[in-house]
Design a protein around this ligand. Structure first.
Ligand SMILES: Cc1ncc(COP(=O)(O)O)c(C=O)c1O
Length: 439
């Protein structure tokens, strides 16, 4: 029986005691207990292939022995000292390493945070205080977090905003150039230049003619929209956006919380697009499960006065010690991400040819998704069938999570091998067959 008896009991008690969760237990009734590499075991002892990496966090796999070892050693030495208040050597060392990973040669600084949302809060504060401008531009489909500032930038699903109005004023959203489905009805795979032109001219000819561009401090981007559906824009988009931003003296703040740290086969996803942003916000995978985030930004937009920004736990020592292992290991496995990612992309392309309700298969490296639509050739999202596929995959021992209105992300740990990817894709195929019959 799925879920098992113990899982069912925890779900029942949890739904009574915990405020509502994002994943519907009727779709994905996972009650995790133990993890090792790409596998998770639930409380009933059932094993799953985790193609969600615990929501894009454990890029080196669950309970990676190197990570466990460094946590133990650091815990025995020192668990806490606030790195926003004192110069802690591990924080300095990691900042040096992080800066060395960034594109662009300008002098940079680092602020550490507890999460991705907080990293974006810091980026908002940096942009506003450095530029002395109040407006921000973000994109429809974007997800930048759920704290009030970051939530103002988020425009992914209406439920994320429900009941929280008014959020931070001064944010304008523009359409993201989604090649598969966009407001202009352009097939962006066939005509990427036209899609880029339309997206840029929307900002230039509509937004900046309606609101003074000199009042915009920054444009917030995700190089690939994550929660919004793993949407990859045309390669030329960010270069044109960067040119437009520079023309008006506006900063480009790059949210790499989900796509950064090797997920696309480059250390930072923006490197796929040949642009050096003014800041990089990171989180999720940086400490393989220990909460840590931060911002790497140009020195000339850094905070200037002590007390302008701080955080008690931001940059906790356990996280910092793991992050140095994560960086070291990520460099080593980037070629694996590219190689296995290409293979995964090919296999998902085959599934798209086989199943007419897969409308799109997209991604770079091991940041991939398929989008479920109503019928062949249709752009109409089919969220119901998507949930059915996730449910069927779970029954077969594969954890997948949705994104966007009807997409499924396929984001295994970055050190996965081709054989294991194939096993996961075979399970996904079985789930597609089952959902095809039942929907
Ligand atoms: C691109 C992006 N930014 C920010 C966040 C928020 O991160 P956190 O949940 O750590 O606050 C997320 C989380 O999914 C994300 O994908």
């Amino acid at each position: 029986m799925i879920p098992g008896e113990k899982s069912s009991k925890v779900i029942e008690r949890g739904s009574d005691l915990l405020d509502i969760l994002t994943q519907d237990p009727d779709v994905l009734p996972l009650v995790p207990q133990k993890g090792e590499g790409v596998y998770i075991w639930d409380v009933d002892g059932r094993r799953y292939l985790d193609f969600s990496s615990g929501f894009a966090v454990v890029s080196l796999g669950h309970s990676n022995p190197k990570v466990v070892d460094v946590i133990k050693k650091q815990a025995e030495k020192l668990i806490h000292y606030p790195v926003a208040d004192f110069y802690v050597e591990a924080a300095v060392d990691l900042a040096e390493r992080l800066i060395s990973t960034c594109p662009g040669g300008d002098k940079k600084k680092v602020v550490y945070t507890n999460s991705g949302a907080e990293a974006n809060e810091v980026a908002i504060k940096l942009a506003k205080s450095a530029m002395r401008r109040g407006r921000l531009l973000a994109f429809y489909g974007a997800f930048h977090g759920r704290t009030v500032g970051a939530l103002s930038l988020t425009a992914s699903k209406w439920v994320q905003q429900l009941g929280f109005f008014p959020t931070m004023p001064g944010v304008i959203h523009a359409p993201f150039p989604n090649p598969f489905r966009n407001i202009w009805g352009i097939n962006g795979y066939d005509d990427p230049e036209e899609l880029v032109n339309r997206a840029i001219s929307y900002i230039e000819d509509l937004v900046f003619k309606s609101f003074p561009p000199e009042e915009f401090a920054a444009i917030f981007i995700e190089p690939i929209q994550g929660e919004g559906g793993y949407v990859v824009p045309p390669r030329g988009f960010f270069q044109e956006l960067f040119k437009l931003a520079r023309k008006h003296g506006i900063l480009l703040m790059d949210d790499e919380v989900q796509m950064g740290l090797g997920r696309t086969g480059k250390m930072w996803a923006i490197e796929n697009f040949g642009v050096s942003p003014d800041s990089i916000q990171f989180g999720k995978a940086i400490a393989n499960g220990i909460p840590l985030g931060g911002v790497i930004h140009r020195d000339d937009i850094a905070f200037r006065l002590a007390g302008q920004h701080s955080s008690t736990f931001g940059g906790n020592l356990l996280g910092l010690s793991v992050a140095s292992v994560v960086l070291e290991e990520t460099w080593k496995i980037l070629p694996n991400v590219e190689r296995v990612g290409m293979h995964l992309g090919r296999r998902l392309g085959e599934l798209m040819d086989e199943f007419e309700f897969i409308g799109d298969s997209r991604g770079i490296g091991l940041a991939r998704a398929i989008e479920i639509v109503e019928t062949s050739g249709s752009l109409k999202p089919d969220g119901k069938r998507r949930d059915e596929i996730v449910r069927e995959a779970f029954k077969r021992g594969l954890i997948l999570i949705g994104c966007g209105e009807s997409s499924i992300r396929i984001i295994p740990p970055l050190n996965i091998d081709i054989e294991t990817v194939d096993r996961g894709v075979d399970l996904l195929r079985e789930a597609l067959l089952a959902a095809g019959k039942s929907a």
